[in-house]
Write a protein that binds this ligand. Structure first.
Ligand SMILES: *Cc1c(COP(=O)(O)O)cnc(C)c1O
Length: 381
């Protein structure tokens, strides 16, 4: 059963990200340099088309990162001063920052049992100023998009998706990022499709949004170099695009590996008292989850985290342990009791394609041992 206790499993092994592909990555680097193909070259355009085909969308635009991608998508959608945009407070601050930087007001709402935006809590947050909803497709799961799209339609609201964590995740057969007017995906190294630096994209089926974003990410310039509007510099680096293009064909395998690990966590940890696991792969026909993260709830979260730390297992509390509305500096004076209770209990276990089977068994052994110790303490008390 138990492996030697000097094993360590970091939460995410950054050096391992390139270890198996070092040769090919060096070749890509050499090729890009020899061509001098640094900015907005064929590698970026080819990657955009291949990714669009993968998610089943008309357009993908490579951007510098997902935060810029969402910010510029919000602007391209015409959202700005005086507008309110609803988002789940259990998300990265970037979701709300994208709205704030466009001049609009990000309004946090509660998340539900699956940790994603709760459709039932949306309607009570809608005001005369509400213009849009941004569901975050959190942890590699897609929100209940039928209910969200129905609410949006009934109230005349736009939907933009923060799909930074959900490339390839599906709801009722349709990919995250293709439901709303536009969406963002992140290629940050620890994301499911990670590059070797910052990177992101917008996905959209809307031609007018696509055309606006082509300008906004490139100084407001059109193909002739004519400046049509104020813009930013927010293009996906061509070298990163070439690396992503190299990785994309293996991406389905990456997802399958993550789902296999989730299945194993479910088998070994599913019946332990004091833990709540995320929905298992294939536990609901509407959802195909890609497990960007494996976010559990634990009654004694901090004790479990310390216990695992002592035994070499790295864990993480997402967003530094606070929902967006709980960051004092952002000036929210809103209470979201469900989300706040949940944030006492959340913990991310290691979840990525770089983990070995032995790593996963070791992590499970330690969590089982912790729960057993807790049970003994309880019965002694
Ligand atoms: C990672 C992440 C982002 C930001 O992505 P960047 O590419 O780092 O800008 C935004 N939203 C969510 C939910 C994320 O997980």
């Amino acid at each position: 059963m138990s492996e030697p206790s000097d094993r360590t499993v970091p939460f995410f092994d950054y050096p391992a990200l390139s270890r198996n592909d070092e040769q090919q990555l060096v070749e890509i680097f050499r090729d890009i340099c020899r061509r001098g193909a640094y900015i907005s070259q064929s590698d970026m355009r080819d990657f955009e088309q291949e990714l669009a085909r993968y998610v089943g969308a008309r357009y993908v635009l490579g951007m510098a990162n997902a935060t810029d991608a969402l910010h510029l998508a919000v602007r391209a959608a015409g959202i700005g001063a005086g507008d309110e945009v609803l988002f789940s407070s259990h998300t990265m601050v970037a979701t709300a920052a994208a709205v704030a930087y466009a001049g609009a007001k990000p309004i946090p709402v509660e998340c539900g049992a699956d940790h994603l935006i709760e459709p039932d809590c949306l309607e009570e947050a809608i005001t005369a100023r509400t213009r849009a909803i941004i569901p975050t497709q959190l942890n590699g799961r897609t929100a209940k998009m039928d209910a969200i799209m129905e609410i949006a339609e009934r109230h005349g609201l736009l939907v933009l998706e923060d799909a930074a964590q959900a490339l390839g995740s599906r709801y009722r057969g349709r990919c995250a990022g293709t439901f709303g007017l536009a969406s963002c995906v992140s290629f940050y190294p620890a994301k499911t499709l990670g590059c070797l630096g910052d990177g992101g994209c917008v996905i959209t089926n809307d031609e007018s949004i696509y055309r606006k974003l082509c300008l906004l990410r490139d100084h407001g310039r059109d193909e002739r170099g004519e400046v049509i509007t104020w813009g930013l510099n927010s293009r996906l680096d061509n070298l990163q695009a070439a690396i992503l293009r190299f990785k994309l064909p293996n991406y389905p395998e990456t997802i399958e590996r993550r789902r296999a690990i989730a299945r194993r966590y479910q088998q070994r940890l599913g019946d332990l008292p004091g833990l709540v696991l995320p929905p298992a792969p294939d536990s609901h026909p509407d959802h195909y989850d890609i497990f960007q993260n494996y976010e559990i709830e634990a009654d004694r979260r901090d004790a479990l985290r310390a216990y695992l730390q002592q035994r070499g297992v790295g864990t993480l509390v997402q967003w530094g342990g606070k929902a967006v509305h709980q960051f004092q500096g952002l000036g929210y004076r809103r209470e979201l009791p469900r989300t706040e209770r949940l944030f006492q209990r959340l913990l991310l276990l290691p979840m990525n394609q770089l983990l070995s089977d032995q790593d996963v068994e070791y992590i499970c052994d330690q969590i089982c041992a912790f729960c057993e110790q807790q049970a003994i303490r309880r019965s002694a008390a």
